[in-house]
Design a binder for this molecule. Structure first.
Ligand SMILES: Nc1ncnc2c1ncn2[C@@H]1O[C@H](COP(=O)(O)OP(=O)(O)OP(=O)(O)O)[C@@H](O)[C@H]1O
Ligand SMILES: [Mg+2]
Length: 436
């Protein structure tokens, strides 16, 4: 025990001893008495120091471990973070492309839907006449000019261009708008009936007529009489008509009494009347009486920009009629419709849309009809230019009949394609001498 103290303790803790030795002489030569309390204190201190070392050592270990753990955690967190950043970046990228796609879809939807925004386009239209092409705006202008006057109007244009709707527009803007417009369709009636239709007949005027009949001229007194397809009127009736137009006078069939009327006349034809005059089928003097204020309605192929508006209008019309809910018309469909040359004009377009509304599934309009391509239509146009309207109609009817194998009636018959009643078509075939 002592040896341990003498050798070891001073060696380890020399400082406090040295002072004492200096004071008392050479310590190696002289044994010294122990200060027990001091020794105990030293031992105690010593043990405590060791304990502290141990503790520090342990702390160090723990610290090191903690640091290691934390470093690992940090590294992992860092890794995770950069992974997250990568993911974010990726997400952002796909979000951006999703946005782009949405924008594209939105654009397309708007482009398609624009044609269904009826209300916006309404104000550009003219009453029930749809369209705002320059060619049609010219027509509206002429209508506005002439409507309030009692002037006779001659409406010219191919079949189905809208001569009937223009006649109604004139009437509804005239002073007689509160009275109905009386129409006589000269194609729909056999020649012998046109006369009594127009001028009326007394009882017993001809066999089977046991009642007096008022003619359309009388019915239209102080109003408007619309003579539809005046080009079809027989020559002898043309003479009578001329007299009413000039003097406002006529007699009923089978009656001597002269009747006076005040009637505003609107006449229409799809024939070239000058041509008809040359061929001796139309009275020149009547033509001049009718041709006071001619309005020519351009064919649909010359105002393609009206096609989307018309498609929209007819889709809405047939939606209502059929209870369907067609909401969009694709650009492709519109392009197809605009490329076609529409020999049957608006009437033909109307029946194509009616058919399409009925057969379409879902909310997009599907047009199943096949149309001749536009190049062919262009050639047709070039050929058409030099021809009279009647001649064009003749050719077109013939062409359609040949295509349908001379079938007139039924869904695939020529009448449907031409947009005519089968009886009207037969009448026109007779007129042009079209036979198989
Ligand atoms: N601009 C238009 N806007 C709306 N509907 C139209 C327009 N033009 C024509 N239509 C419609 O097209 C169809 C044919 O028109 P309309 O009967 O007036 O032609 P038309 O020129 O008198 O033909 P036709 O010479 O064969 O008698 C009708 O159902 C009519 O309502
Ligand atoms: Mg008509």
């Amino acid at each position: 025990h002592r040896r341990f103290l003498r050798r070891d303790v001073p060696a380890r803790r020399p400082a406090p001893l040295r002072g004492r030795h200096r004071r008392r002489g050479d310590p190696s030569l002289r044994p010294e008495p122990f200060d027990l309390v001091e020794v105990q204190t030293r031992i105690h201190n010593l043990l405590e120091v060791r304990l502290l070392y141990k503790k520090i050592e342990n702390y160090n270990k723990v610290l090191e471990q903690t640091v290691q753990e934390r470093t690992g955690e940090l590294l992992r967190a860092n890794e995770q973070l950069s992974q997250e950043i990568e993911e974010r970046k990726g997400a952002e990228k796909s979000l951006q492309s999703a946005y782009a796609e949405i924008k594209q879809l939105k654009d397309r939807f708007q482009a398609e839907n624009i044609y269904l925004q009826q209300d916006i386009d309404r104000e550009f239209n003219f009453g029930e006449i749809i369209g705002r092409s320059n060619a049609l705006v010219q027509v509206f202008f002429r209508v506005e000019q002439v409507a309030p006057q009692d002037t006779t109007v001659l409406l010219l244009g191919e079949t189905g261009t809208g001569k009937g709707v223009v006649a109604r527009a004139i009437h509804s803007r005239s002073a007689h708008k509160d009275r109905p417009m009386v129409t006589v369709n000269c194609t729909a009636l056999p020649a012998n009936l046109i006369e009594s239709e127009l001028f009326g007949r007394e009882k017993g005027a001809f066999t089977g007529s046991d009642a007096r009949q008022m003619g359309r001229f009388e019915l239209a007194d102080n109003g408007t009489l619309f003579l539809d397809e005046i080009g079809e009127m027989p020559m002898d009736l043309q003479t009578k008509l001329l007299r009413v137009i000039q003097d406002g006078e006529f007699e009923r069939l089978g009656g001597p009494k002269t009747i006076k009327v005040n009637v505003r006349i609107i006449a229409s034809t799809n024939r070239n009347l000058e041509e008809e005059i040359r061929k001796g089928r139309f009275r020149e003097d009547l033509f001049y009486r009718l041709n006071v204020f001619p309005i020519t309605i351009p064919p649909l192929r010359q105002r393609k920009e009206d096609i989307p508006l018309l498609v929209n209008f007819f889709v809405a019309k047939f939606n209502k009629k059929t209870g369907k809910k067609i909401e969009t018309v694709s650009k492709d469909t519109l392009n197809t419709l605009q490329d076609y040359h529409w020999p049957g004009n608006v009437r033909e377009l109307e029946s194509v849309i009616e058919r399409a509304v009925i057969t379409s599934q879902g909310t997009a309009l599907q047009v199943l009809d096949r149309f001749e391509n536009s190049r062919k239509a262009g050639e047709q146009e070039a050929r058409d230019d030099g021809k009279a309207l009647g001649e064009m109609e003749h050719d077109y009817i013939l062409q359609v009949l040949q295509k349908t194998g001379w079938r007139i009636e039924g869904e695939t018959g020529a009448a449907v394609i031409l947009g005519l009643n089968p009886s009207t078509l037969r009448g026109r075939m007779r007129k042009y001498g079209i036979r198989r």
